[in-house]
Design a protein around this ligand. Structure first.
Ligand SMILES: [Zn+2]
Length: 200
């Protein structure tokens, strides 16, 4: 039988599961959290618990939300005829920071990566198609990442929505290829949104 794991080892092990945290960093963080004044650790634990237990996916767009619908879907000032399709809620934050886009969003939940087992069934394409049929949508901006997988993900959506009577556009290449939306700076994203190109 495996030895029971001690609390410090357990904490370190959990920290190594975070992106960008290797064993050394995990060890340093665990010791930082446990040393001296523990208010940082206590508040972090409470914030984490609160976020995990209260934040869910918006029923309509998939953005993070405390209620059934997120504040963007509920905002009557947002243009309901315009939808920006993104991979993750983090991309919404990046686009919102630019402040240019006044429509609503649809979160796919990732990008197509067949080699990692992420096929179209793992992404929320079907609810996007449902929205196009149920809502008065005129334009869909496919704002997936400027990578090969992001392009494939956008193309798949474009093919699904062909003939649905909506204008389909893709972000212009203002965002450097191979990068992700959240890493693009505000001006790049603004250029990419303004210069969006229609799918033909
Ligand atoms: Zn929403």
């Amino acid at each position: 039988m495996a030895e029971p794991i001690g609390p410090i080892s357990r904490l370190t092990k959990e920290l190594t599961k975070l992106p960008g945290i290797g064993p050394k960093s995990a060890d340093r963080l665990a010791h930082f959290l446990l040393a001296g004044d523990r208010s940082v650790a206590t508040q972090l634990a409470e914030a984490l618990y609160h976020a995990v237990s209260s934040v869910r996916a918006c029923r309509k767009c998939g953005n993070y939300s405390e209620g059934e619908l997120c504040p963007i879907c509920l905002d009557p000032k947002r243009d309901p005829s315009l939808i920006c399709v993104v991979e993750t809620p983090r991309d919404i934050d990046a686009i919102e920071r630019v402040g240019f886009f006044k429509g609503r969003y649809h979160v796919l939940g990732g990008r197509l990566a067949p080699l990692e087992g992420i096929g179209p069934d793992k992404l929320s394409y079907s609810s996007l198609v449902d929205r196009v049929h149920q809502e008065q949508i005129k334009e869909i901006i496919l704002a997936t990442s400027p990578t090969l997988e992001g392009d494939t993900t956008a193309l798949f959506a474009a093919n699904l929505l062909k003939g649905a009577g909506v204008t389909l556009s893709r972000l212009a290449r203002g965002v450097p290829t191979g990068s992700s939306l959240e890493l693009a700076n505000t001006q790049m994203l603004l250029d990419a949104l303004e210069g969006r190109q229609k799918f033909t």
